[in-house]
Design a protein. Structure first.
Length: 321
């Protein structure tokens, strides 16, 4: 696939909190969003198609977790998310702003900072932008092969490179989120017991996690939000049909499986069953949704100009007939 001539929007300079649409945002870690990075150890999954996750030192300090996001051709977001929206978004850039994994994570962490509830997840400290030399250096560390700098004159970019960069990304740096480094050890029984309470708290803050499988947790806390909707998000509002019961039940089933898998791995643990979660079946969903639906969260209270933010989502965000 080659470029159609479309270019994604430039990032603001000097850096500002991202993404640049209404709703929560994550600020840069440094005033320039740049830093000296020492890539120490790969921590991710070898088959991850969205990101590279590394243990790193940043500006000589650390250790931290650095999650760096690959590029993806913009049509991917349109193909995969338009079908779930009752109304399509007004333009291509909006699909990137709302559905790109980096932006998903920025919105979650921005909300947790707004609400002073960062204990509900492994903490994020801010975002960074990799320099061309850092991008090429990490590509070499992973593949053992030299890599052209993204600014070099190497012909049309078609995605066949380490970072998946197309022509539409040629002016954009790799984005990364800096997170606290936590131990990969199994959580305690008390930490596991708190996972259901944490999920309810996230719902109450307008955050729908969805994917609560074990690989997204460390020490009983969520660490991966690359597929999470945070209010305001169009997928929480303009979806076909009333699918909340289906979504919540699926999310809770994954959490329940995750909790019991962890408990069964703990040596000689004596733990009561997860009574609240175990008893939470179809009969409780309607009542739960009426009290704690993520889409009901009042996101406008954080907007500097609430009227303008409301007008944007009502008048400009969706393509209307």
């Amino acid at each position: 696939m080659t470029s159609s001539g479309f270019r994604l929007a430039f990032l603001p300079n000097p850096p500002l909190p991202l993404p640049r649409v209404s709703g929560p945002k994550l600020a840069p870690l440094t005033p320039t969003a740049r830093a000296d990075i020492d890539f120490v150890q790969f921590l991710g999954r070898g088959n991850d198609v969205e990101s590279q996750v590394w243990k790193a030192k940043i500006n000589g300090a650390g250790f931290f977790v650095l999650k760096m996001f690959y590029f993806r051709y913009s049509d991917y977001y349109v193909r995969n998310y338009t079908r779930d929206l009752a109304l399509p978004l007004a333009d291509l850039q909006l699909y990137i702003d709302y559905f790109k994994p980096f932006n998903y994570e920025c919105r979650v962490y921005g909300r947790l900072k707004e609400e002073k509830r960062e204990e509900l997840a492994v903490k994020a400290l801010g975002y960074l932008l990799l320099t061309p030399h850092q991008e090429a250096h990490l590509a070499w560390k992973v593949t053992g092969e030299s890599s052209d700098l993204p600014s070099a004159d190497i012909g049309e970019l078609d995605g066949d490179n380490f970072w998946g960069r197309y022509e539409q990304h040629c002016s954009l740096p790799v984005r990364a989120i800096v997170k606290e480094l936590v131990s990969p050890k199994l959580p305690t029984s008390d930490e596991v017991q708190g996972m259901w309470a944490d999920l309810q708290a996230l719902h109450s803050l307008g955050i729908f996690v969805g994917d609560t499988y074990g690989g997204n947790y460390l020490g009983g806390k969520l660490v991966d939000f690359s597929r999470v909707w945070t209010m305001y998000h169009p997928a929480l509002i303009q979806t076909y049909g009333n699918r909340w019961e289906e979504w919540i039940l699926e999310e809770l089933q994954k959490l329940q499986d995750n909790c019991y898998n962890v408990i069964n791995s703990l040596p000689s643990e004596n733990i009561d069953s997860f009574e609240d979660l175990d008893a939470f079946g179809v009969g409780h969903i309607a009542d739960y949704i009426s009290k704690i639906l993520p889409s009901a969260y009042n996101w406008l209270k954080w907007e500097k100009d609430a009227d303008a933010a409301h007008a944007f989502v009502e008048q400009s965000l969706f393509k209307r007939a």
